[in-house]
Design a protein around this ligand. Structure first.
Ligand SMILES: *[C@@H]1O[C@H](CO)[C@@H](O)[C@H](O)[C@H]1NC(C)=O
Ligand SMILES: *[C@@H]1O[C@H](CO)[C@@H](O)[C@H](O)[C@H]1NC(C)=O
Ligand SMILES: *[C@@H]1O[C@H](CO)[C@@H](O)[C@H](O)[C@H]1NC(C)=O
Ligand SMILES: *[C@@H]1O[C@H](CO)[C@@H](O)[C@H](O)[C@H]1NC(C)=O
Ligand SMILES: *[C@@H]1O[C@H](CO)[C@@H](O)[C@H](O)[C@H]1NC(C)=O
Ligand SMILES: *[C@@H]1O[C@H](CO)[C@@H](O)[C@H](O)[C@H]1NC(C)=O
Ligand SMILES: *[C@@H]1O[C@H](CO)[C@@H](O)[C@H](O)[C@H]1NC(C)=O
Ligand SMILES: *[C@@H]1O[C@H](CO)[C@@H](O)[C@H](O)[C@H]1NC(C)=O
Ligand SMILES: *[C@@H]1O[C@H](CO)[C@@H](O)[C@H](O)[C@H]1NC(C)=O
Ligand SMILES: [Cu+2]
Length: 544
């Protein structure tokens, strides 16, 4: 007992001494790049594209100074999957947790690293990250992981466009006969691995790799297959997973999701093996009566490269019969920590989502309401209101606001009335997946076979005319109270991660305990970028 306490004390000490500030100075600029041979302007960092991977350790504070040198676009950087304990104003969602970072403005993000695994950062200015402003984040553990590996690799998957988003978005939003069923999203021009074409992943024989897979595309679902190699999933969206051997199933990822995978290479180097990323033609692209042009190639190929001097073979033809059966159902994965189902539920929120039109343009509704961008970020509305008023959803405007109490166990039921699938992402949390249907599995009508220790992640796909049920607790353990002022900020977006659908407003805001936010101090640089913002929150005392 004494020894355990001593070990814990020492461990705490070691963690404290190793924890550090990781400082990055970012100048967001236009860069010309030709990842698939077609040159176009992309959004890069410090004159570079692809944007850099961030490697940090748990306990670190990531400090990023961002200067917007784009000249003609605003920005805002979101740290996807990171919980931002105490730092919710650093979540990077313009209109929700900050004002837009306009050209020639500068601001600082501080992101405390209190989770391990694979994450990513991306612009949360609507329509922007598919133009290039995105990159992986790997948070390394300070203790050995419960499985063995020799080396780490990152593999990003993306659907890629030759035309810049502002033009594609205006085409997508133009009134058309398809507007009322969700519009017709533009077809991607290429599939990229690590933001490049024909990517060659150099590997050594008889070596076990921990592969951090990040799906940072814009729209499509991605199927990932590595020819003739077995894979074992050990992590999903930062959650440690009981090793799950994949064969004979395939991996399917939505935009926003990450997987950590173990792969052991062969003991001989006599050939190279293709890696296949197939975009989800059947379940996504062929919806809304879209015709796919002859010769359109939804496939991307990269290679596990044992020997550069050997040929790079094409992918064998893979027959995927029924996507619901041939792909791993991520709901069946089991978190290593076996966190029990959280219950009882204090608040159940039912979201019925569907497509509609607004002024002839495609739009989405949640419970018949279409999100309208508020005048000021929702976080600032909550801070400015007195505690009682802050709990009244109507003060936040038409942002699909859902106010929840501190500590509530919240259950979200999402019924997808649309005939396409959507990947839903909740900021600031991972959530337990209570259930999810197959395509056309119908709307919520009670619970099925609920796991006593459900799968958790931060992005989940809902199938056409189906539903999911997720749960999370709207709080932090009490031991996190580190001052008399509760700065545990909880204004979180819940949205479809398809960037086209963010443009047409498939989103809601979960407002947690806004009656506890009134003494919050927003950093002065965050206030300053709001320019002529209302004075009622401007004179807040500076944090830095
Ligand atoms: C950012 O990069 C641009 C383009 O290279 C350059 O003109 C500008 O001076 C840089 N700004 C800062 C603050 O580094
Ligand atoms: C912004 O400037 C970049 C670089 O000159 C250009 O490629 C892009 O088309 C411009 N975007 C808009 C919306 O004007
Ligand atoms: C980090 O998260 C763990 C739970 O995963 C919690 O116990 C701990 O207090 C958190 N620390 C901070 C500083 O938020
Ligand atoms: C899609 O095609 C079906 C069958 O041809 C037709 O009934 C339906 O009206 C079409 N939908 C739209 C939005 O055009
Ligand atoms: C894409 O890959 C799949 C699976 O191998 C194959 O069936 C299909 O023909 C490929 N499509 C094209 C256009 O090459
Ligand atoms: C795929 O399998 C699921 C589950 O058995 C079933 O509900 C669905 O109808 C099948 N879809 C097709 C296209 O066969
Ligand atoms: C949404 O509108 C439909 C059709 O007008 C109606 O049947 C339904 O009850 C409404 N739902 C809500 C949550 O208001
Ligand atoms: C419920 O799920 C568990 C775990 O997946 C499984 O072992 C059990 O057979 C299921 N029960 C029913 C009634 O489907
Ligand atoms: C804000 O601080 C004051 C003074 O310390 C305190 O009385 C009040 O309860 C605090 N309000 C909130 C919402 O934390
Ligand atoms: Cu969507």
């Amino acid at each position: 007992m004494i020894r355990t306490l001593l070990t814990l004390a020492l461990y705490g000490l070691v963690q404290d001494t190793l924890a550090k500030d990781v400082y990055l100075d970012w100048n967001i600029t236009w860069v010309t790049a030709a990842p698939d041979g077609y040159a176009r302007p992309v959004i890069g960092i410090n004159g570079q594209w692809p944007c850099p991977q961030i490697d940090v350790s748990v306990g670190d504070n990531l400090v990023v100074d961002v200067y917007n040198a784009l000249g003609n676009q605003s920005t805002g950087i979101h740290w996807h999957g990171l919980h931002q304990n105490y730092n919710g104003y650093m979540d990077g969602a313009p209109g929700v947790t900050q004002c837009e970072l306009r050209p020639h403005q500068r601001m600082r993000y501080v992101v405390p690293m209190n989770q391990t695994g694979t994450y990513w950062y991306h612009s949360h200015e609507t329509g922007q990250y598919p133009d290039g402003l995105r990159g992986p984040i790997v948070v390394h553990d300070t203790v050995p992981l419960p499985f063995e590996y020799d080396e780490e690799i990152t593999l990003t998957l993306t659907d890629w466009y030759h035309v810049q988003m502002p033009q594609l978005v205006s085409e997508f939003e133009a009134p058309s006969e398809y507007a009322s069923v969700g519009g017709q999203e533009p077809l991607p021009d290429a599939v990229l691995f690590n933001d490049a074409f024909g990517t060659k992943i150099k590997v050594k024989p008889s070596t076990t790799y921990l592969i951090h897979v990040v799906c940072m595309g814009n729209w499509a679902g991605h199927a990932l297959i590595i020819d003739d190699h077995d894979m074992t999933i050990v992590g999903a969206d930062g959650i440690g997973i009981e090793p799950h051997f994949l064969t004979p199933q395939y991996i399917r990822m939505t935009v926003g999701q990450r997987l950590d995978i173990l792969l052991t290479t062969k003991d001989d180097t006599s050939r190279n093996y293709p890696i296949w990323d197939g975009l989800d033609i059947d379940e996504m692209f062929k919806q809304e009566n879209r015709s796919i042009p002859d010769g359109y190639n939804p496939n991307g190929t990269a290679w596990l490269t044992y020997d550069d001097s050997l040929p790079f073979p094409p992918m064998p033809d893979i027959h995927i019969g029924n996507a619901s059966l041939d792909f791993l159902d991520d709901v069946t994965l089991q978190p290593r920590d076996r966190l029990p189902l959280i219950e009882p539920v204090d608040l159940q929120i039912i979201l019925d989502t569907d497509a509609t039109t607004l002024d002839g343009k495609p739009a989405y509704t949640i419970n018949n309401m279409t999100y309208k961008t508020p005048n000021e970020p929702t976080l600032y509305t909550a801070i400015a209101a007195d505690p009682e008023t802050a709990m009244d959803p109507s003060i936040y405007g038409e942002v699909n606001p859902f106010v929840v109490n501190y500590g509530d166990v919240v259950e979200i039921v999402l019924n997808n009335h649309h005939t396409n699938l959507h990947p839903w992402h909740l900021h600031g949390h991972d959530f337990q997946i209570v259930q999810r249907t197959y395509p056309y599995g119908g709307f919520f009508n009670g619970y099925g076979n609920v796991s006593s220790h459900p799968m958790r992640r931060d992005t989940i796909m809902v199938e056409p005319k189906g539903h999911f049920v997720i749960r999370f607790r709207a709080m932090n353990p009490d031991n996190l109270q580190r001052s008399s002022t509760d700065q545990y900020i909880r204004i979180w977006m819940l949205h479809c991660h398809v960037e086209w659908h963010v443009e047409v407003r498939l989103m809601a805001i979960i407002i947690e305990a806004p009656d506890r936010l009134q003494n919050l101090t927003v950093p002065t640089d965050h206030q300053e970028i709001c320019g002529g913002a209302p004075s009622h929150w401007a004179p807040l005392p500076p944090l830095y």
